[in-house]
Design a protein around this ligand. Structure first.
Ligand SMILES: [Zn+2]
Length: 142
């Protein structure tokens, strides 16, 4: 038996917990679901067992538009994770979805230095090794 002396660096793949399981299951079909509190009729992010506003546990999953605007952006010129080194530079964005919650992701395509606060974006998907998909964003028509 031989061992490879070079450690394999993998891209981080998010752990799936009980509260986020419906979100991740929907990503298999590239569908973006958000948890909604049915007591105060507002979405919440990140997924959890109770609403952080009213503490009600009446949470249901609803499909989101997948559209929003860049709320904040930074460009990573030299990714420290070797698995991401070939991707740099890339823009990391905090996107405020039309539903009102903010999700973090990377911008796909285009010049990362042209990404600006207020830019219209839409969800796109990066496949993960287990069949799930990771939320990413791409520029969209306003
Ligand atoms: Zn609530």
């Amino acid at each position: 038996m031989t061992e490879d002396a070079t450690p394999t660096v993998k891209r981080f793949e998010p752990p799936i917990g009980t509260a986020s399981a419906p979100f991740w299951e929907a990503t298999r079909d590239k569908r973006l679901l958000l948890p909604w509190c049915t007591a105060c009729e507002r979405p919440l992010w990140y997924p959890r067992e109770v609403c952080p506003r009213c503490l009600d546990s009446a949470i249901e999953w609803r499909e989101a538009s997948g559209r929003g605007r860049v709320y904040a952006v930074t460009v990573d010129y030299k990714p420290q994770n070797p698995a991401l080194a070939a991707l740099g530079p890339y823009a990391v964005v905090l996107v405020e979805l039309d539903e009102g919650v903010r999700l973090l992701g990377n911008m796909v395509g285009g010049d990362p230095e042209e990404v600006a606060v207020g830019m219209a974006v839409a969800v796109t998907w990066e496949p993960l090794s287990d069949g799930h998909h990771l939320v990413q964003f791409e520029r969209a028509e306003p």
